[in-house]
Design a protein around this ligand. Structure first.
Ligand code: C5P
Length: 315
């Protein structure tokens, strides 16, 4: 008699991990370790990557989909590093075949690499039936990258420290976004470096006291679920640095607002531009108009908040 039971061997597991946009990104001065303290409000978006892990004779990585050609398909891939980190934790060999199906833009400021790492952690923990607490998984995630804990967590959260310390933020309803994907990516360290340079050359610096202020007004607007109240409060300290490195993004931001978005912002370190819209229909209209304006390589719609990384299927 054949029946499913706890002893069934799982050969592969697929996990889905969300992208993110920072609704508020306050960046403190550069720390001695090279990082910057942040106060940020993340929102996870429905644009996602799927990561499949399967038992194998060696570690391998295959990448398909959006920007696959520019993602390393070797041990340096963040998903492969996640597998190795979890294998070390579990004291097992990391002989795993990883397949990544990308829809999150590469080097786009939407935490695509972090999503792949989070996907690999969740899928592998499930494949190996590990008894690992959320806190332990989040600790491994934080070592892999500042945005990986949020990719695990999803929804809407306040991030502090490097962005890895998270607190759930109440967010009512669904927010509708249009994303303008740029032709060229931006390197996150380069954008932080440009911010430091701009701050050094800025005369009459207002000082650092206000940089890490908690955005209480934004959090109230999120709790009320009101996109019209959220829109004017979108803020990103990295935006001037991203615009300095890719000046054409100014035109993209203007085109999105001219197309009917409530407001537009560079997502994280960019260069993806994210436009908050009044509702789903408005997002469809903005996306169509923005596509026609020729200011982006591709245009996508997405909604948030999306759930954190979760198991999608088991074979
Ligand atoms: O943590 P992660 O590896 O994603 O960070 C990539 C780079 O982004 C860091 O090496 C650093 O240059 C910059 N960064 C930063 N401050 C943060 C997060 C990232 O300076 N809070």
């Amino acid at each position: 008699m054949s029946r499913t039971s706890l002893s069934v061997v799982t050969d592969s597991v697929t996990a889905r991990a969300p992208s993110k946009v920072n609704l508020h990104l306050g960046v403190g001065p550069r720390r001695d370790d090279g990082y910057h303290d942040l106060v940020t409000v993340f929102q996870a978006l429905s644009l996602h990557d799927d990561v499949r892990v399967a038992r194998a004779n060696e570690l391998s990585v295959a990448v398909r989909g959006e920007g696959a050609g520019s993602v390393p398909a070797d041990a340096s891939n963040l998903a492969a590093r996640a597998v190795q980190a979890l294998a070390d934790w579990a004291e097992r060999s990391g002989h795993i075949a990883i397949e990544i199906e990308k829809t999150i833009p590469v080097a786009g400021g939407m935490a695509g690499g972090s999503a792949d790492a989070a996907g690999a952690l969740v899928a592998l923990a499930h494949l190996w039936k590990l008894e690992i607490s959320r806190d332990e998984l989040a600790e491994i995630a934080a070592d892999l990258g500042s945005d990986v804990p949020f990719a695990l967590h999803g929804n809407t959260a306040l991030g502090t420290g490097r962005g890895e310390q998270l607190m759930q933020v109440l967010s009512r309803g669904e927010f509708h976004w249009v994303l303008a994907l740029a032709r060229e990516g931006l390197s996150t360290p380069a954008v932080y470096k440009e911010l430091d340079r701009l701050r050094e050359t800025r005369s009459g610096d207002a000082g650092d006291s206000d940089l890490l202020r908690r955005p209480d007004d934004l959090m109230q607007a999120l709790a009320a679920g009101d996109p019209r109240a959220v829109a004017p409060l979108l803020h990103n300290d990295l935006q001037p640095a991203a615009l300095s490195l890719q000046p054409t993004l100014r035109r993209t931001l203007r085109a999105g607002v001219d197309s009917g978005a409530l407001n537009g912002i560079v997502s994280g370190s960019g260069p993806t531009c994210a436009f908050l819209c009044a509702d789903e229909q408005s997002a469809v209209n903005v996306a169509a108009e923005l596509s026609g304006a020729g200011v982006a390589r591709a245009v996508r719609t997405a909604s948030g908040p999306a759930p954190g990384t979760r198991v999608l299927g088991v074979d």
